[in-house]
Design a protein around this ligand. Structure first.
Ligand code: ATP
Length: 310
């Protein structure tokens, strides 16, 4: 089931927490939602999950209008809110039975459904414990299990791995990927590597506005017109000749020596594919020994900073 958000705006007093944003998430897609603190991620996710009424815009979950028919839309959405609120004094299994009933899972199916979730979320060994007795990672699994209990088509996960240790992060990430194969997922996170590893697409929001939306590769291309190459040429006697020859190549925007004694260069090019070929030809022509020609990938951290630091 697709999610379609159009011109969504939410005001708190005069502050626009979300400012006229539009986007689509397709069935089977995992969208990573990034942004600095206060950017508007939770507000957007709450609006999609029908826990908050926007001031303007529309949200469609499949063909259902989330603003006009929130009860219908809720049936299709599993929501894991930030900070994972749970009834911690309840045993896991009782809590999941309770949430299943709340979500209108037919009575005769509740036990079977709860056991399926216990299995899927790796809670078998913990199912009779009170939630307050579980580690944070296992509590997070209970949060995921409650979000999935009614087999929703859409999962909205607000910072699902906050506070987990690296092993738990990997386990929850794998679980989300597994679930994401058949559902539409939006997850927010401050861990950029996690979003990169888990999500098909990344959307960055800043001050209530979408500032980027695409695959990691697309964001890299869009954020930086120039690509960077590291080139090392050995066995040359005159570094300046190499510098000048490289700097004169078409599309080369900047050249810099990286080390004092070798001809190791950092090159910024507006057409790295062509520059790589021309550097190779240049070395062949001059009998220079090309020992390195490596493109440097822009890190997602750099793209995030570039787009959100203002
Ligand atoms: P974080 O990464 O810190 O969780 P976020 O991107 O999820 O941030 P939101 O929680 O959506 O950001 O908040 C967006 C803006 O709206 C913030 O400036 C926040 O202070 C404001 N805001 C959110 N909820 C309320 C509220 N109930 N009342 C007033 N202002 C609010």
């Amino acid at each position: 089931m697709d999610i379609k958000v159009e011109n969504l705006t939410k005001l708190y007093g005069v502050q626009k927490a979300v400012d006229d944003i539009s986007f689509v998430v397709k069935t089977g897609e995992i969208l990573g939602f990034l942004g600095p603190n206060g950017a508007g991620k939770t507000t957007t996710m709450k609006a999609i999950a029908t826990f908050l009424l926007p001031d303007n815009g529309s949200i469609y979950i499949g063909d259902n209008d989330a603003i006009k028919s929130p009860q219908e839309v809720k049936k299709h959405i599993g929501y894991l809110p930030e900070n994972n609120p749970l009834y911690t004094e309840m045993p896991v299994i009782d809590y999941l039975r309770f949430v299943a009933a709340l979500n209108n899972v037919p009575k005769q199916n509740i036990d079977e459904r709860v056991l399926e979730m216990v299995k899927l979320c790796g809670l078998r060994g913990e199912k009779h414990k009170k939630i307050e007795e579980l580690s944070k990672g296992y509590q997070q699994r209970v949060g995921l299990a409650q979000a999935l209990i009614h087999d929703p088509d859409i999962l909205i996960l607000d910072e699902p791995t906050t506070g987990l240790d690296p092993n738990q992060i990997i386990e929850i990430r794998e679980l989300i990927k597994k679930i994401g194969r058949s559902k539409t997922v939006i997850l927010s996170s401050h861990i950029l590597a996690e979003v990169e590893a888990t999500c098909d697409r990344i959307m960055i929001i800043n001050k209530g506005k979408i500032v980027a939306n695409g695959t990691t590769a697309e964001l890299r291309n869009r954020s930086q017109g120039n690509e960077i190459l590291i080139v090392e040429i050995e066995g040359i006697s005159d570094r300046d000749t190499v510098y000048t020859a490289v700097a004169e190549l078409p599309n080369v925007e900047m050249v810099d020596f990286l080390e004092n004694e070798s001809a190791k260069l950092e090159i910024q090019s507006s057409d790295a594919k062509q520059t790589k070929k021309l550097i190779f030809d240049l070395c062949v022509k001059n009998n220079w020994y090309l020992s390195q020609l490596t493109p440097v990938e822009t890190k997602l951290e750099d793209i995030f900073r570039e787009l959100t630091l203002n």
